[in-house]
Design a binder for this molecule. Sequence first.
Ligand code: DX5
Ligand code: ZN
Length: 214
Amino acid sequence: MLKLAPSILAADFSKLAEEVQCVEQLGADYIHIDVMDGHFVPNITLGPGLIKCLRPHTSLPFDVHLMIENPDLFIQDFKEAGADIITVHVEACRHLHRTLQLIKQNGMACGVVLNPHTPLEMIKHVLHEVDWVLIMSVNPGFGGQTFIPEALNKIAILNEWRKKLELSFLIEVDGGVNEQTARLCEEAGADVVVAGSAVFNAPNRRVAIEQIKG
Ligand code: DX5
Ligand code: ZN
């Protein structure tokens, strides 16, 4: 069974506390929080202040997906706000290894994210350092986009590498995940899927969450 991290990007921002409590009660495993800075991606969302306000309202781990430039400047702020897992884009990190160390030194799990066009080779030499690898199955910036099928090849190859290297990082997939694409991700070797619109816009969130997890 897949683990599910609903993305609050698709939730009602005017009542986020209720929204996270709702998906927690319905079986979500993590809360996925999309942080966008208007530079790395063409959209702006939220920052540590909001995460701090949300922290007391759920006991689920916060999976914080940083789509920002210079993430090193903010790692400590996200820790203080209550982040449990921080994932950074390989495309945004000039010194990726250093950034991953910084996340770990701050007591959080660390993950690396790849855009759809970025080859897996870019992270080969840090795989032994990461707790999570996040494969983008859309171009980051917006919810509600269509799943890019080539992501499945990437997941399968990464899963092979993981076995061969005897590593235990989790493989997470983000973008365009619904009941159908979740099954394809699972077959390819994913452990965790992110779903925004397929959860928060579903007519019945309980059914959506059950079906995505499988
Ligand atoms: C896109 C974000 C995703 C987004 C997914 O940049 O990283 O987490 O919220 O939304 P859906 O599930 O609607 O594609
Ligand atoms: Zn995301």
